[in-house]
Design a protein around this ligand. Sequence first.
Ligand SMILES: CC(C)(COP(=O)(O)OP(=O)(O)OC[C@H]1O[C@@H](n2cnc3c(N)ncnc32)[C@H](O)[C@@H]1OP(=O)(O)O)[C@@H](O)C(=O)NCCC(=O)NCCS
Length: 217
Amino acid sequence: MNTLRIGPVECAWWPYRRGENAQTRVRQWLAEALGIAQSALILRRDPYGRPRLDGKPGGHDVNWSHSGEWLIAAYVVGAAVGIDIEWLRPRPKALALAQRFFVAEETAALAAEVADAQDLEQRFTRLWCAKEAVLKAHGRGLSFGLDKLRFTVVEEDRTPQLLACDSALGLPEDWRIHAWTPVPGYLATVAWTERNLVPRSAAGAGNVLAIDQTSAR
Ligand SMILES: CC(C)(COP(=O)(O)OP(=O)(O)OC[C@H]1O[C@@H](n2cnc3c(N)ncnc32)[C@H](O)[C@@H]1OP(=O)(O)O)[C@@H](O)C(=O)NCCC(=O)NCCS
């Protein structure tokens, strides 16, 4: 198993076969990390399909992602976490996708700064991965809108910086984001925030995502 600890977040990744049940693998890892039996691990899905960890006090959170032949997971205490892995492959429609889904300034920077098609695809994937990691931590996923947060457009080996975001995501400085290469040919990005994005009550009304407005600065 490959692992990375970044700040309060534990990440692990494994080879993955398409169609394999990712949750089974993640449950096994989590139970070992928490030192509890798998049967004691309560992992449910909220109405947005986001996995939620119940039965442990202190705001434990988990998220995972799979792409190509790899599965990656992240686990944190006292924060909300989202993770995305992308297999780096040719994306001939990268600019069209950016035009459709990203913030106009990001698309303009992509179009202006890239050296060639490979550079464009690589920078596009960095942006996509960072956006998806934050949106998965938030819990609504991509349906919340890739244009609800704006990042810097960066070169290889750099983590995009969050410049602006919808107030439902908190403030840009509330977020910590880290991008790295877990295995050659793949890009992973993990995002976490200590801002209260997780439901206040695990058994709460309809398990609806709650944004804690009282913590607004
Ligand atoms: C869910 C979503 C993030 C998956 O994106 P993807 O790039 O195809 O997949 P990834 O491999 O990165 O992530 C998949 C994992 O994200 C998790 N996930 C699912 N919904 C999620 C959400 N709303 N927020 C955060 N994580 C979510 C699950 O653990 C899933 O793993 P599984 O396939 O083993 O169940 C994306 O499809 C999305 O945002 N959809 C909008 C939300 C939605 O419509 N949910 C369905 C309503 S029931």
